[in-house]
Unconditional design. Structure first.
Length: 157
């Protein structure tokens, strides 16, 4: 008599390199992950699913946890090579902080490409406005662009 498998599809979900799964449930299932239990920084969600025949599927999803305030450092880029004295500005932002307009924008300088683009747009605007005053030669004598007509006085009766 042939045996029938009563195995049900199930899934195991792990975080990072933890050997204990967060869940080991039959499919379909739902998972709630509280990121406040994880350290800020990069993490991996590892999912292993097994079907009725015992074949296993694997999925790994990298994600980033940011429970603490966001940190902004102006004056130093990742991988930069610097020497001498460095002047840095450091600030931290959290969704729980009250709104403060002085902290709403990063305190870094406007990039050079923005200045170049603004100057280009300004130069184009000046050029375009100057070209608007030129009248093409073929239209110079038309009523629209020509001298105004001379008014004749009305005849007295």
């Amino acid at each position: 008599m042939p045996s029938t498998s009563t195995r049900k599809p199930h899934v195991r979900v792990y975080v990072d390199d933890d050997v204990r799964p967060l869940i080991d449930h039959e499919l379909p299932t739902a998972l709630t992950l509280d990121t406040r239990q994880l350290a800020d920084g990069p993490h991996r969600l590892v999912i292993r699913a097994e079907d009725q025949s015992g074949a296993e599927g694997f999925e790994e999803i990298p994600f980033h946890v940011q429970n603490g305030p966001g940190i902004l450092v102006s004056g130093l880029r990742p991988g930069a090579t610097r020497s001498g004295t460095m002047h840095l500005k450091v600030d931290a932002f959290s969704t729980d902080d009250p709104f403060d307009p002085r902290r709403a924008e990063a305190r870094s300088s406007i990039p050079v490409w923005v200045w170049v683009l603004c100057l280009f747009v300004l130069a184009w605007t000046v050029w375009y406005a100057a070209r608007m005053w030129e009248v093409p030669a073929q239209y110079a004598s038309t009523p629209t662009y020509g001298p105004p007509p001379v008014a004749t006085p009305p005849s007295a009766k």
